[in-house]
Design a protein around this ligand. Structure first.
Ligand code: FES
Length: 108
């Protein structure tokens, strides 16, 4: 993969289109953080990076109020949150468990 293709693929992963990239200054393009989604054990999906979250209508979801001090957000994986798409902690009350085969290496 060429350097340009690799950079475009990385930025696409980060939710940045090639058209948006072309409008960025080189310094801004370098600072784009790739999106990382990490399922937590028996809990939500932790999402980090330059995130843009949209409703099915296409309107953006305001994630600022839901982000932790490091800018991560937590998306409900159990389906029981009263604050979807965000986790509200209900997974613990309902005993949500990650599927067998999910990262069970850390389960005690
Ligand atoms: S994963 Fe936390 S409420 Fe659903």
């Amino acid at each position: 993969m060429s350097t340009i293709s690799r950079k475009s693929a990385l930025l696409a992963t980060a939710g940045v289109s090639v058209a948006a990239l072309s409008r960025m200054t080189p310094a801004a393009a370098q600072s784009v953080q790739p999106v990382r989604i990490t399922p937590t054990l028996d809990g939500p999906n932790k999402v980090t990076g330059d995130i843009e979250l949209s409703w099915p209508s296409g309107n953006r979801v305001d994630i600022r109020s839901q982000a932790d001090k490091d800018g991560a957000i937590y998306l409900c994986r159990c389906g029981r949150s009263l604050n979807k798409p965000f986790c509200d902690g209900t997974h613990a009350k309902v005993g949500f468990r990650s599927r067998e085969g999910d990262d069970t290496a850390h389960r005690e």
